[in-house]
Design a protein around this ligand. Structure first.
Ligand SMILES: C[S@@+](CC[C@H](N)C(=O)[O-])C[C@H]1O[C@@H](n2cnc3c(N)ncnc32)[C@H](O)[C@@H]1O
Length: 384
C-alpha cells in the first residue's frame, strides 16, 4: 500500500485510518497529522490582530528606532508577540487569562520536550475508543452544548489523563499537551467562536482529532500572567503595545471553558452557559475603563507607547459599545509625548447583532517625552 498517496489522510482519526488501511499506516498518519501543526493565529479569538499584523508592524518599524525590547501587555492570542519575537531581542508577553498563559508557554517558552514522547501520547489519545470511557466532568457539563457528547467525553478524559501523568512530563510538555487540546477543541466547538453561548441546534457528531501546536523555544521571551496595570509598574521596555478590551465583553467569561479546562479544579458551573464563578474581570470592560487606561499609561516606563483601537462604540448593541472614546485615548497619549494616528478599514468580529458602519481600526504611536509625562501625571505618579 502506498500510504503517502492516500488523499486527506489527515482527516481520518487514527482508528479510522488503521481500520481502513491497517496498522502500517501509522507513521504516515503521524506524518500527515502531526507535521501540520496548528499555527498560533489559527484559533478563533475576539479581537485577534493576526490579519492586521503587517500593517501594525509596518508602522511600528517606520516610527520607532533603537528598539530592543517589546511588551505585549494585553496579548490575547499572542499574534502581535508572534511577530515581535522575530524583530526584537526581548519580548514580554502578558495576559491575565490562565488559558492564554499556558498557550504562550507552549508556543514560546524555552523548555525541554521530547517529540517522540508527545507523538506517542497523541497517538494514545487519538486511539481512544469513546464507547469504553465513562461520562466525566467535561461531558456532564458541556456535552451536547459546546461539544457533541462523544467529543466532550474524549476531551474530559484526555484532560484527566494529562493531569494524572503530570509528574512524568516537563513543564513544556504539559503546556504543549494542553495548548494542543485547546487548539484541537476550537476546531469542533459548537459556537460562534466564544463560549458566551452555544449554537442551539442539534449537534452532529464531529471528528475530534488531537493535533500538535507549532512548538518553539525562543530565548528572550518572558511570560507573565498579571493585571496589566500592575505589570506596567514593574517593567521597563522600549515599546509597550496596548490592545485592551474596549467594550463590556469580558474575555474571562467568553473563554470560560478554556479557563476551566486549564485550571482543572472542576468548580461548580452555573446556568445554561455552564460558567464558573467570576474571576479575572477586567476594569477595561467597566465604566472605570478610562481611569484604568489613564493609570496604565501614566505608569508605563517606555520610549514608545503603541495603542490599537477600533470604533465599535457607534454600534447598536450595548455590549459592543466602547467604554473609552477615541478622543480620550488621544488626550491621554498626548499628555506623555507626541502622537501619530493611523487608520485601517477592517471587518471586526461580529456575532450577528452589531452593525459596523465604517468600521475602522486605529493605531496610535506615541514617542514618550518623560518630562512631559511626569508633569502631566504628577498626581498619579507621586510616591513612585
Ligand atoms: C483585545 S484582546 C487582545 C488581542 C490580541 N492583541 C490578539 O491579537 O490576540 C484583550 C486581551 O486583554 C486581556 N485583558 C483584559 N483585561 C486585562 C487586564 N486588566 N490585565 C491583563 N490582561 C487583560 C484579555 O484577556 C484579552 O485577551
Amino acid at each position: 500500500m502506498e500510504y503517502k498517496k492516500i488523499e486527506d489522510l489527515d482527516t481520518f482519526t487514527l482508528k479510522e485510518a488503521i481500520s481502513a488501511y491497517g496498522s502500517g499506516v501509522l507513521p504516515f498518519w503521524r506524518e500527515a497529522v502531526y507535521k501540520k501543526p496548528y499555527k498560533l493565529e489559527s484559533r478563533r479569538y475576539i479581537g485577534c490582530k493576526a490579519k492586521l499584523i503587517d500593517w501594525i508592524f509596518g508602522l511600528i518599524e517606520a516610527e520607532t528606532e533603537d528598539v530592543e525590547t517589546f511588551c505585549d501587555i494585553f496579548a490575547g492570542t499572542g499574534s502581535v508577540s508572534n511577530r515581535a519575537v522575530n524583530l526584537y531581542k526581548h519580548v514580554i508577553i502578558n495576559d491575565f487569562l490562565y488559558s492564554n498563559n499556558i498557550i504562550y508557554k507552549a508556543f514560546f517558552a524555552v523548555g525541554d520536550w521530547n517529540e517522540d514522547k508527545i507523538f506517542d501520547l497523541l497517538d494514545a489519545f487519538n486511539n481512544i475508543d469513546v464507547d469504553s470511557i465513562k461520562d466525566n466532568y467535561f461531558s456532564i457539563n458541556y456535552g451536547n452544548k459546546y461539544f457533541d457528547m462523544s467529543s466532550a467525553k474524549l476531551i474530559g478524559h484526555i484532560r484527566d489523563v494529562i493531569e494524572d501523568i503530570k509528574s512524568t512530563l516537563t513543564e513544556k510538555e504539559y503546556c504543549i499537551l494542553i495548548a494542543s487540546l485547546i487548539y484541537s477543541m476550537d476546531r469542533i466547538a459548537n459556537t460562534l467562536g466564544h463560549f458566551e453561548a452555544y449554537i442551539k441546534k442539534e449537534i452532529k457528531p464531529r471528528k475530534f482529532i488531537m493535533r500538535l501546536i507549532d512548538v518553539r523555544s525562543i530565548e528572550g521571551v518572558t511570560i507573565y500572567k498579571e493585571d496589566a496595570n500592575e505589570l506596567a509598574r514593574q517593567v521597563h521596555t522600549d515599546i509597550v503595545y496596548l490592545d485592551p478590551p474596549y467594550n463590556s465583553r469580558q474575555y474571562s467569561r467568553f473563554y470560560h471553558v478554556y479557563e476551566v479546562l486549564v485550571k482543572w479544579n472542576k468548580p461548580e458551573l452555573k446556568g445554561d452557559a455552564r460558567k464558573p464563578a467570576e474571576e479575572n474581570m477586567s476594569d477595561y470592560c467597566r465604566t472605570k475603563a478610562f481611569n484604568a487606561f489613564t493609570d496604565l499609561v501614566a505608569n508605563i516606563d517606555a520610549k514608545y507607547i503603541v495603542v490599537s483601537y477600533n470604533n465599535t462604540y457607534k454600534s447598536k448593541s450595548s455590549s459592543s459599545e466602547n467604554k473609552i472614546k477615541l478622543e480620550q485615548i488621544e488626550d491621554v497619549l498626548n499628555k506623555c509625548g507626541t502622537t501619530k494616528v493611523y487608520t485601517h478599514k477592517h471587518q471586526a468580529f461580529n456575532a450577528g447583532k452589531t452593525e459596523f458602519d465604517d468600521h475602522k481600526e486605529y493605531l496610535f504611536i506615541t514617542k514618550v517625552d518623560n518630562e512631559k509625562r511626569n508633569s502631566s501625571f504628577s498626581t498619579i505618579l507621586c510616591g513612585r
